[in-house]
Design a binder for this molecule. Structure first.
Ligand code: KIV
Ligand code: ZN
Length: 498
């Protein structure tokens, strides 16, 4: 059984994502969670970049006990010194030095020939190695580097003491087959390659960071760089959760290679990083998105209720998500609805479920998602006594700033539609006055309360009223996505009790 080292760079490359700045204290909080998650290496920052980056690497170094803490440095003396100083207190320090090697970077960034770059790599690796036993070397933009030159740089870095050689696809340009052949070529052409661990670092500019990283693992890399939620420079880095779960779920395809990750901590870590960076996780994001284990279509729901694995390749519990979600929406079926109602404590006959299902579909057409409280409102509506003397047929209300609200109300009464209109102090008052004209009952409104049953601007409103009429005090309830409709329903519900 083979193990791949998980090198997490959320706090360094992840934080390079525009807008993701983290304070050193926030970085420490994430580092503790990465330790719980079981990552092997935490790249905590780029110490020369800013005083707070230095502080973050120092704080994380002092605090993390399991796994290595890493600081990034260019092949420059001041960078290497800053990395050394910030890593002083680490139990297992690692220094990660990088140097661009592609023609385009040499020409426009450095304006230096290949030989000088090779010298720089040699000197910097030696200097870093003098101060830290665990050196990782990255030839930046490796996937666009001339291969023979790349082999020479890698061989030099290893000869000067690098223990890990990391191959960055800095601009996310490569694709799985190309990465595979590049790693194979490095293994076959660098004479001292067996003295180092080969690592891969992929960016997601073409959406292939995870696929490329997995391809590198198949070709022989035994370390992967990744970030939580895939955050990182531009389109981001390979996402830790996707890599780890791909290796775990498809052990058959990935040579039974394991990681030391406690996958049950994945979801919690994802939430923490999202909260602290302010980067929301897309609902359809693999593994950690809100919909990753949610089923809305009736066919899927029915099958998942019968056997989870029909439409789920991972058990949500393995990534720390309590259970898969059956989301009730317009594509859901009556089986899922009746199951959910049962869970909520309502047991209905098949016929009743049929009736509620129709109302549910009407509601689902209006709302994106039907929540449990919406269902309770529907179920309670169904359990109310059925005899309705007055039933709302329709309302039309005109209201606005500086105009008197006007309501036209139509009510079904003894199989007849009765219509009336009225103005009022507000739209609800106008509706109630119009109702009073139809029922001819003298009613006094004692209490009116409205609340949102669920969340969101498409939530259902629940109106509760207390009225006094014909010497009795009566209460009524009505719900709808339209609060005026809910108000009239509640009023009629009270009047129907007379
Ligand atoms: O993308 C990149 O090349 C990097 C290096 C510093 C490894 O982040
Ligand atoms: Zn990077």
């Amino acid at each position: 059984m083979d193990k791949v080292i998980i090198f997490d760079t959320t706090l360094r490359d992840g934080e390079q994502a525009p807008g993701a700045a983290l304070s050193s204290e926030q970085k420490l909080e994430i580092a503790y969670q990465l330790e719980n998650l079981g990552v092997d290496v935490i790249e905590a920052g780029f110490p020369i970049a800013s005083p707070d980056d230095f502080k973050a690497v120092d704080l994380v170094s002092r605090s993390i006990k399991n796994g290595s803490v890493c600081g990034l440095a260019r092949c420059l003396k001041q960078d290497i010194q800053a990395a050394r100083d910030s890593l002083k207190k680490a139990k297992h320090p690692r220094m990660h030095i990088f140097l661009a090697t592609s023609k385009i970077h040499l020409k426009y960034k450095f304006k230096k020939p290949q030989d000088q770059i090779l010298d720089l790599a040699r000197q910097a690796t030696r200097m870093a190695r003098n101060w830290c036993a665990d050196i990782e070397f990255s030839p930046e933009d490796a996937t666009r580097t001339d291969r023979d030159f790349l082999f020479r740089v890698v061989e030099t870095a290893i000869a000067c003491g690098a223990r890990t050689i990391n191959i960055p696809d800095t601009v996310g340009y490569s694709y799985p087959q190309e990465i595979h052949s590049l790693i194979e070529d490095i293994i076959n052409n660098v004479p001292n390659i067996n003295k180092a661990v080969l690592s891969i670092h992929c960016h997601d500019d073409l959406g292939m960071a995870v696929a490329n990283s997995l391809s590198a693992v198949l070709a022989g890399c035994r370390q992967v760089h990744c970030t939580i939620n895939g955050i990182g420079e531009r389109a981001g880095n390979a996402s830790l959760e996707e890599l780890v779960m791909a290796l775990k779920t498809r052990r058959d395809a990935f040579k039974k290679i394991t990681t030391g990750i406690n996958t049950k901590e994945i979801f919690r870590t994802s939430r923490l990083v999202s909260t602290l960076t302010g980067f929301l996780v897309a609902p359809n994001k693999a593994i950690v998105g809100k919909n990753a284990f949610a089923h809305e279509s009736g066919i899927h729901q029915d099958a998942v209720i019968k056997k989870r694995s029909t439409y789920e390749i991972m058990n949500p519990k393995t990534v720390g998500v309590d259970k898969s979600q059956i989301v009730l929406g317009k594509h859901s079926g009556s089986h899922a609805l009746s199951k959910r109602l049962e869970k909520l404590g309502f047991k209905f006959s098949r016929e009743k479920i049929g009736v509620i299902f129709k109302q549910f579909k009407r509601l689902a057409d209006k709302k994106k998602e039907v929540f449990d409280d919406d269902l309770i409102a529907l179920a309670e509506e169904e359990t109310k006594p059925k005899h309705k003397n007055y039933e709302l047929a329709s309302i039309k209300v005109t209201t606005g700033t500086n105009i008197t609200p006007e309501a036209i109300v139509k009510i079904r009464h003894r199989n007849k539609i009765c219509e009336s209109s009225s103005s009022g102090d507000g739209p609800v008052d106008a509706c109630y006055r119009a109702v009073d004209k139809i029922t001819k009952i003298k009613v006094r409104l004692i209490n009116y309360k409205i609340e949102a049953i669920t969340i969101g601007k498409d939530a259902q409103g629940l109106v509760r009223v207390e009225v006094s009429a014909r010497g009795r005090q009566l209460s009524g309830r009505g719900s709808s996505t339209d609060i005026l409709e809910a108000s009239v329903k509640a009023y009629l519900d009270a009047l129907n009790k007379i």
